[in-house]
Ligand binder design. Structure first.
Ligand code: UGA
Length: 425
């Protein structure tokens, strides 16, 4: 099939590339000319494992094109995939201005019947509005159907998830349009759930909010574990052995970040309040997540008896999670800012992201440090020789914000290990 993709962020670029890989002819559109030139040359504009190889391969196969010109991309398209951003508005609501702009462009540019798939995370009812908007503003006598097709890609695993995700959700009001989308994905062999548009939109928010609640729940259990001397990792393992609960997303830490959970929980809580059916559990998860970062900062301060001024603190990890260069809502930023405000001397190392205070290696970052703070659980940190690192620091104390390192081994190597929900009484 011929596919046009509007938006070359994580979702648009990864989905477009994977659709090209399974044999479709894909043209990705973005307004940013520099970005389009970079992509045309086969160089990804984001860090995502496995993406570059597929990009280069499919450009060479002539299956994958990039342009700033909508008309050129829409000319032969059977499907237009909408993957533009829906950032957080001023009151927590989803800002739909990019969606509306794209819908207007579609209405005034398409010259043939087409199915528009909305992949962006949008509040229930948006697909209906977009279809109405397009149909009202169409300048050609063509048929446009809008189908909701939410994405479930995790950054850092987006390519893997695009090929081997748990499900494909197709929300349509027109069976034929829904079938077009099902055919598009036929090469992926994933379970498909057909439903109506509003339910598909809701599935995305309900899933993300549930995962956010799960994380905030285990974080609060971790805080209680600290207070009573239990180990939250063992607690999570024991809970996770119950198939009804599952072990995934029960890793306690410094709270969720990124471009999805913070924004999507706010958006669905905002919508629910507006409809007088508040999602109080999601609201609590949002509040709890904000407090979790502060608790970690307090822990570091308490260790230094409130005197972090002039202490050299080495921060390991900037990205909001491993295997991505994304800094959106990254807990690292808040932690660094708070410690700097209290006069700490910060050094930073992240395997991918550079920062004005970045060191070139872990060892350079931790040299003479009074404390090491692990913020992102990059594999490089987990595989490091912590005995060697211990020889470089001024004081062997490690705050493990992700419970990612083996506490016992570190303690044997002379470290004071302070995790989340692991305080021994
Ligand atoms: C999330 C969802 O997992 C995807 O299914 C969804 O498609 C995506 O949002 C989206 O809406 O676009 P993502 O934000 O990339 O994906 O990353 P996650 O792996 O879900 O992690 C989110 C945050 O939760 C990270 O800060 C991570 O460190 C944190 N987390 C995750 C925990 O603190 N504990 C856990 O057990 C798991």
């Amino acid at each position: 099939m011929k596919v046009a993709v509007i938006g070359t962020g994580y979702v648009g670029l990864v989905t477009g590339t994977v659709l090209a890989e399974i044999g479709h002819c894909v043209t990705c559109i973005d307004l940013d000319e520099a970005k389009i030139r970079q992509l045309q040359s086969g160089e990804p504009t984001i860090y995502e494992p496995g993406l570059e190889e597929l990009l280069v391969k499919n450009i060479a196969r002539n299956n994958l094109h990039f342009t700033t010109n909508h008309a050129e991309a829409f000319q032969h398209a059977d499907v237009i995939l909408l993957a533009v951003g829906t950032p957080q508005g001023t009151n927590g609501e989803a800002d739909l201005s990019y969606i509306q702009a794209a819908a207007q462009t579609i209405a005034t540019t398409v010259t043939k019947d087409v199915v528009v798939m909305i992949k962006s995370t949008v509040p229930p009812g948006t697909n209906d509005q977009v279809e109405q908007l397009i149909r009202q503003q169409l300048i050609q006598d063509v048929k446009v159907d809008v189908v909701s097709n939410p994405e479930f890609l995790r950054e850092g695993h987006a390519v893997e998830d695009a090929f081997h995700g748990d499900r494909i959700v197709i929300g349509s009001e027109c069976a034929k349009a829904g079938e077009v989308v099902a055919t598009l994905y036929a090469g992926l062999q994933m379970p498909v759930l057909h439903t109506n548009r509003r339910s598909a939109e809701m599935i995305k928010y309900a899933a993300n909010a549930f995962l956010a609640v799960k994380i905030s729940y285990i974080n609060e259990i971790a805080n209680l574990c600290d207070a009573i001397g239990a180990d939250v990792s063992d607690v999570a393992d024991g809970m996770g052995m119950d198939k009804r609960i599952g072990r995934a997303f029960l890793n306690a830490g410094i709270g969720y970040g990124g471009s999805c959970f913070p924004k999507d929980t706010e958006a669905i809580a905002h919508l629910a309040k507006e409809r007088q059916t508040p999602l109080t559990i999601v609201e609590s998860a949002i509040h709890s997540n904000q407090k979790q970062r502060q608790r970690f900062i307090d822990k570091i301060e308490r260790y230094f008896h409130g005197q972090v001024a002039n202490k050299k603190i080495a921060i390991l990890g900037l990205a909001f999670k491993p295997n991505t260069d994304d800094l959106r809502e990254a807990p690292s930023l808040e932690i660094i800012d708070a410690l700097e405000k209290k006069g700490a001397l910060i050094s930073i190392y992240d395997p991918i992201i550079t920062h004005p205070k970045s060191a070139l290696s872990i060892i350079e970052c931790v040299t003479e440090a009074d404390a090491v703070v692990l913020v992102t659980e990059w594999q490089e940190f987990i595989e490091s020789d912590w005995t060697a690192i211990g020889a470089s620091v001024a004081n062997r104390v490690l705050f493990d914000g992700r419970n990612a390192l083996p506490a016992n081994k570190l303690q044997q190597a002379g470290w004071t290990y302070i995790g989340i929900g692991k305080e021994r009484k």
